[in-house]
Design a protein around this ligand. Structure first.
Ligand code: PRP
Ligand code: URA
Length: 208
């Protein structure tokens, strides 16, 4: 699949295993989700625009780089929030926009309820964040909103993706780069990812 990047580093996969485990309690789930998001940030920013500069070491001048674009993180509420602190560890100056979308439990269709983005979002390096890509409905709704704001290049950071969700996003937006730690087998009849990790928002916030 084009524009699908599966990050297979063992440190990351070991943390994903902790998140999948149904015995993992809330505090460890939160901590691990945040840590995994930090590790994934390393990969997702691989092609972030940079400028070349000169720098003086104590001994001589050499060349170096600086990031030359602001970064905007856009978590999809609620579960996307659980990855933001980890990403901010590596990108402490990033702006954070918020998109509120939840999936109706019966129809599985996305319901939008909140939107707040930085003014200059289309000039920044944008990372849309949500641990779960299931039917793709929530991601598509968020991507639609961001595209309407004039954002051309969009990176989507998730943790577990279903093939159905990846297909749905790429059918409509083939240019969106999807980064995930796992491409799982399938969805069940209720739209949950198998094997997955259950309901990410509920496990994060104790609303199961
Ligand atoms: C979960 C998840 C995604 C969405 C994925 O959120 O965090 O946003 O489901 O499913 P989809 O690809 O089929 O749209 P949920 O709707 O449970 O909302 P919550 O984060 O508020 O719990
Ligand atoms: N949302 C979740 O949190 N988990 C799934 O498996 C599917 C959608």
């Amino acid at each position: 699949m084009n524009n699908l990047f599966i990050i297979e580093h063992p440190l990351l996969q070991a943390k994903l295993t902790v998140l999948r485990d149904k015995r993992t309690k809330r505090q460890e789930f939160r901590q691990t989700l945040s840590e995994i998001a930090m590790l994934m940030t390393y990969d997702i920013t691989r092609n972030i625009p940079v400028s070349h500069i000169k720098v003086e070491t104590p001994l001589e001048e050499t060349s170096g780089i600086v990031l030359n674009k602001d970064v905007t993180l856009v978590p999809i509420l609620r579960a996307g929030l659980g990855m933001i602190d980890g990403i901010l560890e590596l990108l402490p100056d990033a702006r954070v926009g918020h998109v509120g979308v939840y999936r109706d439990k019966k129809t599985l269709l996305p319901v939008e309820y909140y939107l707040k983005l930085p003014e200059n979002v289309k000039e920044t390096f944008v990372i849309l964040v949500d641990p779960m890509l299931a039917t793709g409905g929530s991601a598509l709704a968020a991507i639609e909103i961001l595209k309407q704001k004039g954002i051309k290049e969009l990176n989507f950071l998730c943790l577990v993706a279903a093939p159905e969700g990846v297909r749905a996003v790429h059918e409509k937006f083939p240019d969106v780069k999807i980064f995930t730690a796992a491409l799982d087998r399938q969805l069940n009849d209720h739209g949950y990812i198998l094997p997955g990790l259950g309901d990410a928002g509920d496990r994060l916030y104790g609303t199961e």
